[in-house]
Design a protein around this ligand. Structure first.
Ligand SMILES: C[S@@+](CC[C@H](N)C(=O)[O-])C[C@H]1O[C@@H](n2cnc3c(N)ncnc32)[C@H](O)[C@@H]1O
Length: 321
């Protein structure tokens, strides 16, 4: 359970500067193109797009992690790319991938549906240049007004918890840019883990602490980590119909007996161990005032707990997509 207060999306009074040691870390502009540039902080590369100072890196390490994450979610969904019952075979349907990251989902959708027009948008230019002919990537801040002239058949957004300030605005723009009968799918794998099985009376304390601390840190940037319940409520408030909130268990570690879930749990462990630094370094330093050394020492403890090497009885952790 988290005791973190909920960020108020309408209130812009929250400061994003924190009182951390960010001033002690110089920001280096690595390149720029039409408002885009990258900065290097804490040894990681972050995109900067207009006013939007990204909290999570988008460097080579992160690209590898995002592609592995995408593969893992496909396994979780039984090799499907989405759950919405959208029909994309009539031709010229339009698909939008919001916060496309490396673009891997958009590329697969474009390959799978060659008569669809797929667009992937992101504030970080980390997508490949060679892509299917029916796919285009745009550098675009989805929190700014959407100016596309044609509505979309299917709008997809995955793993944007902690990135978006105004979820209500995003859901409103999805609604306004959707064809009648179109679908929106928003996926988020929770960082909140709970214990499973008779061996685990309580979830690991460091893993839980991580989630609580990150929620708190993101709050200082007016962002929320856990978005699933909130978004479901917003979809309803903005007039969407046929809302389905599915929950799928995702194990952490290779403890499941079922080979499918054993593989998923192993992938999740690999992915989460690499996500830890990406998720926490900047938010903890700038939002909570931690030093990078303190963050890394804390993450060592989290990793140790995830690997069950801390002398505790084996803890079977699970989270929800
Ligand atoms: C955790 S990654 C998820 C990437 C992809 N959706 C996936 O699941 O593989 C979040 C992505 O959202 C992008 N992002 C964050 N804020 C954004 C914004 N305001 N507009 C567009 N993209 C944004 C980030 O640059 C990053 O690539």
């Amino acid at each position: 359970m988290t005791t973190t207060p909920e960020p108020n999306e309408a209130d812009s009074a929250y400061g994003g500067d924190g009182d951390g040691d960010s001033d002690r870390h110089s920001t280096v502009s690595l390149g720029s193109r039409e408002g885009l540039c990258f900065t290097e902080e804490y040894g990681r590369r972050y995109a900067v797009f207009g006013e939007n100072d990204c909290l999570f890196p988008s460097d080579e390490q992160e690209k590898v992690r995002l592609d592995l994450f995408s593969h893992m979610i496909e396994q979780v969904l039984g090799k499907r790319l989405h759950c919405a019952p959208v029909h994309l075979s009539a031709g010229n349907e339009r698909v939008l991938d919001v916060g496309t990251g490396t673009g891997i989902w958009a590329i697969k959708m474009a390959d799978l549906h060659p008569t669809c027009l797929v667009t992937g948008v992101d504030i970080s230019e980390i997508q490949p240049v060679w892509v299917p002919p029916n796919l285009g990537f745009e550098l675009f801040d989805v929190e700014s007004p959407w100016t596309w002239s044609h509505p979309y058949t299917f709008i997809f957004a995955r793993q944007l918890g902690g990135s978006i300030v105004n979820w209500s605005g995003l859901v409103r723009q999805c609604y306004g840019n959707l064809e009648p009968g179109g679908w929106v799918e928003i996926q988020q794998l929770d960082l909140e883990h709970y214990a499973e099985g008779p061996l685990a009376p309580q979830a690991g304390s460091r893993v839980r602490e991580l989630c609580d601390l990150l929620s708190l840190a993101l709050f200082s940037f007016r962002r929320r980590l856990g978005v699933a319940g909130h978004v479901e409520d917003l979809l309803r408030r903005h007039g969407f119909q046929n809302i389905v909130h599915g929950r799928i268990k995702v194990p952490l570690g290779n403890w499941p007996k079922d080979p499918k879930y054993k593989e998923i749990g192993s992938l999740r462990q690999w992915e989460l161990e690499r996500a830890l630094e990406a998720l926490t370094l900047k938010p903890f330093c700038k939002g909570l005032g931690w030093t990078p050394e303190k963050v890394r020492a804390f993450l060592d403890e989290v990793r140790s707990e995830i690997r069950n090497k801390n002398g505790q009885e084996k803890v079977h952790l699970t989270s929800t997509l």
